[in-house]
Design a protein around this ligand. Structure first.
Ligand code: FEO
Ligand code: CA
Ligand code: CA
Ligand code: CA
Length: 610
């Protein structure tokens, strides 16, 4: 979404360094052709393979076989074909539409009508389908719980008017946001929702708990004494080795506004709070989101976190894990590192913001056996990318004198994670979006674009960066160390003029065989709709598997354990305008377009991506 595109980092970290020359030299040495640095760049990581995937017990990991002809054997969607009113998929594949916005959460629940009432929307699938994860029931590839983020839906799309006119309107908008956990099953070849005690909606008015260093701190308290509720702008996601879902709060600032006199403090400025927010108008009817209302000061500190949800237990209170920092969390890729410690990689999606990682203090199983969440005790780091291909993870801990001089406690530091990362000298990046950990230990991160970059550096080599790039790195000490080696995987601009053309990489997922799925969110060349491509990380081959519809982005990736089925999302088709598309309704002019999950299968039942 376009709200990620402002520049809020006013710190001087590296922005004014003149390193373009360094960068040009480096690019010549390390890349060529389509700018794909093949897997050979990293050394000594192959031994990590079994640990990385083997440690994730709840993961959708299957043993794929590299086909005779290579990893990718499907007929690609041609560049010239992917611009129509309907999705296009490789001729070797087929797709179905599953659970559009407004479908009842349970069979027999309130069916879609536009606009939905607040009550109806609380019992329906939300809008803005984004990150998601499939949690199989008893290991099944035909039955499981799908946890889906609902990132955003503007008022015109959800309510059919630009501004809410009542608290009821605001509640409808709030209930369209958040997360759906929905039980789905393949019955007679068709995936559908089934009645379930686990299915639930989590939205802006769902009670939540806080955990980690900020829990219980006065900076989370309001004078009104209202209990913490809700999650917003749920962008991408992650999952844990112990079977839970992590939903990431991205542009939380945009839901707040000011009804009266208000001017932003340093913290609010750094996160982009403004009097109008993104135009949701919640603050006009719900004082919780009114920055000028003294009773609700600090309410904004309750957003901008990673939230843990148990998909199997509808009674569990979602938990905000504050040790993972407060910023515009795009997503989180969790892996198991040395000594069984859990490691999470995260992007903060704003121009010139940072990449982070969290490392738990101890083995995740032993922590849980002691009743401690591995996501509560650990160290958060911000990344510095050096021009020579090395990198450092900079700890954001109060024992650093430079941070102790600015913050009174670790809790205060975590609330202003961005400011802490400014102080330690993290590298400003071109809008870090999704991260993913490949089975060989390489970590990939999409940097979607940055039209405001005027000075390139080696890690962000385009100025301006209109099309984005993908960076990769390999950490020392099996993800738990404080140094890494990095390289550029691909620069999107360099694909232009080829059949593999893409811009604005966003969603990304490394499968267990060495494929990298790349999803886009931004304008593509040749009038192409947003798309999903598959890259072979070893050879650099790329093919286009799927294209969406006008005005929509493609986001969200999860597979069944056997990888014969993949779920992805078409978000904001037609940008909500029925004159542009009625997707998934076949005829235009019938209904508002609806964000929806798409089910992909290979016609021969093979592994998705092959
Ligand atoms: Fe939610 Fe940065 O995309
Ligand atoms: Ca989006
Ligand atoms: Ca995104
Ligand atoms: Ca994006």
């Amino acid at each position: 979404m376009s709200h990620d595109e402002k520049t809020l980092n006013k710190s001087a970290n590296r922005l004014f360094d003149d390193v373009l020359q360094v960068n040009l030299v480096r690019r010549k040495v390390l890349t060529g052709g389509l700018a794909l640095a093949a897997g050979s760049f990293f050394f000594g990581v192959s031994g990590a393979a079994s640990t990385t995937t083997g440690g994730i017990k709840a993961a959708n990991v299957a043993t794929g076989k590299r086909r005779k002809n290579g990893l990718i054997n499907f007929n690609p969607v041609k560049l010239a074909d992917g611009n129509g009113p309907w999705p296009m998929i490789s001729s070797d594949y087929k797709f179905d539409v599953l659970i559009p916005w407004g479908e009842p959460l349970q069979p027999g629940g309130p069916s879609f009508s536009h606009p939905p009432s607040a009550d109806e929307q609380a019992n329906q699938i939300g809008i803005g389908h984004d990150g998601m994860w499939f949690f199989p029931i008893k290991g099944s590839s035909e039955h499981g719980l799908l946890a889906i983020n609902h990132e955003f839906g503007h008022n015109q799309h959800v309510l059919g008017k630009p501004n809410p006119e009542s608290l009821e309107d605001v509640r409808t908008s709030q209930h369209a946001h958040g997360v759906s956990v929905v039980e789905i099953k393949k019955i007679k070849g068709q995936w559908q929702t089934v009645a379930s005690s686990a299915s639930r909606r989590i939205h802006v008015n769902t009670p939540v708990a806080f955990s980690g260093p900020v829990a219980g701190h006065p900076l989370l308290n309001t004078r009104a004494g209202n209990e913490p509720m809700g999650t917003v702008n749920n962008c991408s996601s992650g999952y844990t080795p112990w079977g839970t879902y992590l939903t990431c709060e991205e542009n939380f600032n945009g839901y707040f506004g000011a009804k009266g006199d208000w001017s932003p403090n340093e913290s609010q400025l750094r996160y982009g709070f403004s009097g109008d927010g993104f135009g949701y108008g919640w603050h006009d009817y719900d004082p919780r989101f009114d920055l000028a209302n003294e009773g609700f000061h600090n309410e904004e500190h309750r957003f901008g976190w990673v939230v843990e949800i148990d998909p199997m237990d509808a009674t569990q209170k979602p938990v905000k894990r504050t040790a993972l920092g407060r910023f515009k969390h795009e997503g989180i890729a969790l892996t198991v590192g040395r000594d069984g410690r859990v490691v999470g990689y995260m992007g903060d999606d704003q121009r010139f913001d940072y990449i982070y990682k969290f490392v738990s203090d101890d083995n995740h199983e032993s922590m849980r056996a002691r009743g401690i969440s591995p996501l509560d005790d650990g160290v958060l780091y911000a990344a510095r990318f050096n021009d020579d291909g090395s990198g450092e993870w900079l700890p954001l801990t109060i024992d650093n004198p430079a941070l102790a001089a600015r913050f009174a406690s670790q809790a205060a530091l975590m609330i202003d994670t961005r400011i802490a990362a400014d102080i330690v000298g993290a590298t400003p990046m071109d809008r870090p979006e999704w991260t993913t950990v490949a089975p060989n230990g390489e970590v990939y991160c999409t940097l979607t674009n940055n039209s405001r970059r005027t000075t390139a550096d080696a890690a962000n080599p385009m100025a301006p960066n209109n099309d984005g790039h993908i960076i990769k790195w390999c950490d020392s000490e099996q993800h738990t160390g404080t140094t890494f080696e990095w390289d550029i995987f691909i620069i999107a601009n360099e694909t232009h003029g080829t059949e593999q053309s893409f811009s604005a990489p966003d969603g990304v997922w490394a499968d267990p065989d060495g494929r990298l799925f790349i999803q886009t969110d931004g304008s593509q060349k040749n009038g192409l709709n947003n798309q999903m491509l598959v890259a072979d990380t070893l050879t650099g081959e790329i093919r286009r598997l799927f294209t969406g519809v006008v005005g929509a982005e493609i986001t969200g990736i999860t597979v069944t354990p056997d990888r014969s089925t993949m779920f992805i999302n078409i978000q904001h088709p037609g940008n909500g305008d029925r004159a542009r598309t009625n997707f998934p309704a076949a005829e235009n002019g019938v209904t508002v377009p609806r964000d929806a999950t798409i089910v992909l299968t290979r016609k021969d039942g093979g592994i998705i991506g092959s």
